[in-house]
Design a protein around this ligand. Structure first.
Ligand code: CS2
Length: 488
């Protein structure tokens, strides 16, 4: 029997409110495990504490998998929270229904344009937006952006859906919804605002001006380590519930959500769930991107090739764990101070989170989409390090490890797919080149900020680290680097 109603759920796992008594006020684009473990779970707590019509219509953009799992369960799913101190679980009632916009964008647009919708939130991954980061606009060569510019009334992509829904509201004389970008991008609200305004300008300058003037795009920092659900996750949920739950998700117990408080049409009482509201998220965002995500990218690219399948395995691999600590310290040193935050304590907490024995977070998963992740996680820290006269070795190592991954070399590991939106370009740049050739090729791309591309000293360090990574066992390169980092 499959989970379809709360009547099947043991009393101690049910939400602390009656979901049916609350209407939908949020449309969420990007119905992945992260949304279910983070924004939906925290909205669930806010509903239990303070009520309101804040349930969520979840939208899968491309693959109908997530919506196909949740729709037959009436949006219900089990959230399993795991830490060294044990496991807790509860069923989330915040998602009212789930649909897939690739099947038919019309119901999604209708929901976004409905007066009851006050917020459209997004976790679609960095690559889905079609951003031109340097110009703070949209990238018209991105496949979804190009398609939606050609058929703006039947959009499939993020910018197309947001713009068409906002157009409909404007035409109907309705106030715009708040757009809440929850992806790991620096100043994510500002970036998304620039992209939507630019996209709309290409179709309708008056609409673009209205969006620029009237639509709120608060920036947010989101954090919760959430691996993709596995068969083991579903089996655990079935044992807890006594029925089948194909949409169950597992995550760590920790979460953090820092949000700029700019919601003209209101929002759930997220404070009640522990969300932090602030006027300026950017310092928190930089800390999280450079320390958590930057270290994640380094350890994933290096660890995958050293035979560490999961982050917890990396932490048990002493030389690589030394490089994890070095990277956290190097990243912390590039950050401006944040009132009330001790980056040393944050680094210690991250080490414990990475070690979490109950979470099997795959290094291969984190290594995906490096071209979209490296700029804000690694490259952005380099000019700050240079300005403060700090060493850049940790960032050079992280960059070399990414280039090793991109190179496709398999002299010491099994063959793997390079998963990246520009995998073909990266493959052409890196396959069959020596370290100097790969570095020269990368320096000619737009992936690097110009100041970093020009930094000869940095690239000579990267080349020196990458050369042995292309022919020697990664474990040997890591062992030598760890010895150097510990001053041995
Ligand atoms: C990870 C993130 O997959 C990745 O690239 O670095 O998903 C990370 O687990 C989250 O940002 C944690 O909040």
């Amino acid at each position: 029997m499959r989970l379809t109603s709360l009547g099947q759920v043991p009393a101690d796992l049910r939400p602390g409110y009656d979901p049916a008594a609350h209407g939908v006020g949020i449309v969420h684009l990007g119905l992945g495990a992260f949304h279910k473990a983070h924004q939906a779970a925290l909205t669930d707590l806010a509903l239990a504490s303070s009520g309101g019509d804040w349930r969520i219509l979840g939208v899968s953009l491309r693959s109908p998998k997530a919506s196909g799992e949740l729709h037959p369960q009436n949006g219900l799913y089990t959230l399993i929270e795991k830490g060294a101190e044990g496991t807790t679980a509860r069923v989330i009632g915040a998602i009212a229904d789930a649909v897939c916009s690739a099947d038919d964008p019309e119901p999604v647009l209708a929901a976004m344009a409905a007066e009851a919708t006050k917020i459209v939130s997004l976790t679609v991954t960095e690559k889905a937006y079609g951003l031109d980061r340097a110009a703070q606009g949209c990238d018209p060569s991105h496949p979804a952006v190009a398609a939606d510019l050609a058929t703006p009334h039947a959009p499939q992509g993020v910018l197309g859906l947001l713009t068409e829904a906002l157009r409909r509201r404007h035409e109907a004389g309705l106030a715009p919804f708040t757009v809440l970008c929850c992806d790991n991008l620096p100043e994510n609200g500002v970036l998304l605002r620039g992209a939507v305004v630019d996209f709309a300008r290409r179709l309708d300058p008056a609409l673009s001006e209205w969006i620029a003037k009237e639509v709120a795009f608060p920036s947010t920092m989101v954090d919760r380590i959430t691996p993709a659900a596995t068969g083991a996750t579903l089996a655990e949920a079935a044992t807890l519930l006594g029925c089948e739950d194909l949409a169950a998700v597992e995550t760590e117990r920790f979460f953090q959500w820092v949000v700029e408080d700019s919601f003209p049409l209101g929002r759930p009482d997220w404070e009640a769930a522990g969300v932090i509201f602030t006027d300026d998220v950017s310092a928190f965002e930089a800390m999280k991107l450079r320390m958590l995500n930057g270290t994640h990218s380094m350890l994933a690219n290096a660890g995958f090739h050293a035979g560490d399948a999961h982050v917890r395995d990396v932490m048990a691999d002493a030389p690589l764990a030394t490089l994890v600590r070095r990277h956290l310290a190097a990243a912390a040193a590039t950050l401006p101070p944040i009132e009330g935050i001790d980056t040393g304590a944050y680094a210690e907490a991250l080490l414990r989170r990475f070690e979490n024995p109950a979470i099997a977070h795959e290094t291969f998963q984190i290594a995906m989409d490096g071209s979209e992740k490296m700029p804000q996680r690694i490259f952005a820290a380099i000019p700050d390090a240079r300005r403060a006269d700090l060493p850049v070795r940790a960032f050079a190592f992280a960059t070399a490890a990414w280039l090793r991954h991109v190179s496709g070399r398999t002299h010491d590991c099994a063959p793997y797919d390079l998963r990246d939106p520009i995998a073909d370009r990266l493959h052409a740049l890196a396959a069959e080149q020596d370290a100097a050739g790969i570095v020269a090729g990368l320096r000619r791309t737009e992936i690097l900020p110009p100041a970093v591309a020009r930094d000869d000293g940095f690239w000579s360090e990267v080349t020196g680290i990458l050369a042995p990574m292309l022919s020697q066992p990664m474990t040997d390169v890591i062992a030598r680097e760890a010895a150097r980092a510990s001053g041995a």
